[in-house]
Design a protein around this ligand. Sequence first.
Ligand SMILES: Nc1ncnc2c1ncn2[C@@H]1O[C@H](COP(=O)(O)OP(=O)(O)O)[C@@H](O)[C@H]1O
Ligand SMILES: [Mg+2]
Length: 268
Amino acid sequence: MKNILEAKNLVKEYSQTQGFFSRTKNIIRALSHVSISIEKGKTLAVVGESGSGKSTLAKSLIKLIEVDDGSIYFEGVHLNSLTSAELKSTRRNIQMVFQDPYASLNPRMKIKDILEEPLIIHNIDEPSGRQKKIKQMIIRVGLEEDDLKKYPHEFSGGQRQRIGIARALILSPKLVICDEPVSALDVSVQAQIIQLLKSLQKEFELTYLFITHDLRIVRHIADRVFVMKEGELMEQGKTDIIFNNPKTAYTKELLTSIPGNRKLKRNK
Ligand SMILES: Nc1ncnc2c1ncn2[C@@H]1O[C@H](COP(=O)(O)OP(=O)(O)O)[C@@H](O)[C@H]1O
Ligand SMILES: [Mg+2]
């Protein structure tokens, strides 16, 4: 099968009540009939300005939030057709890396416990087997075995994101959804994390959905690009086609906002 995940016509609305006594509700349509296909073994970048619905899309795909309409298929199986036990085992195959690794790592847990938790939840291995997996993984993401005894606050932002990546990969998922994984990091550290993600993808044959508002990164990592605006798909296509021949004014705007990419604007 070529597509590992397909979603059709996703709709998600948030309602916000204004004021404590007010009955007026603001409806925000965060996803408006969005369909997306993620090709196995490839990297699909989802781009768009802040508030365009990227994180809502990511969370919908792994059922962290329920959509109001639409269907999601993982390896051809409709997620709503699964029992809760089947959904749990499917979830093992879809993991997420978040923007802010500090907020997503429990400050009171040692790294070894943070990495062991998903293994325990999914009943994987005996304690000794789990320890072996954890040690291999911490080294694979560029940290040391000694780091397992430490707490999240003892690490830099980049190191914490390495831990976030280790936690996502410890379950050997097939699809990893990265929601702005380097946006909170310094540019030099961003490059290292992108390199790490690329080498892990090769080694473990991962599929990535890579969400970012920063198009500089897209060129380095993505095979295809999916452009969102105000909850809708604007255009999608192969990375070089989106970069060299964007169809919509919105995508052109996103591209010209890349530092050092001003020439594009002047030449057109
Ligand atoms: N929990 C929520 N409650 C109400 N509105 C929300 C919630 N989460 C997101 N939104 C709104 O939905 C829209 C899309 O948000 P989001 O998916 O976070 O976009 P992005 O990740 O592209 O910045 C925005 O207008 C945002 O304010
Ligand atoms: Mg977001």
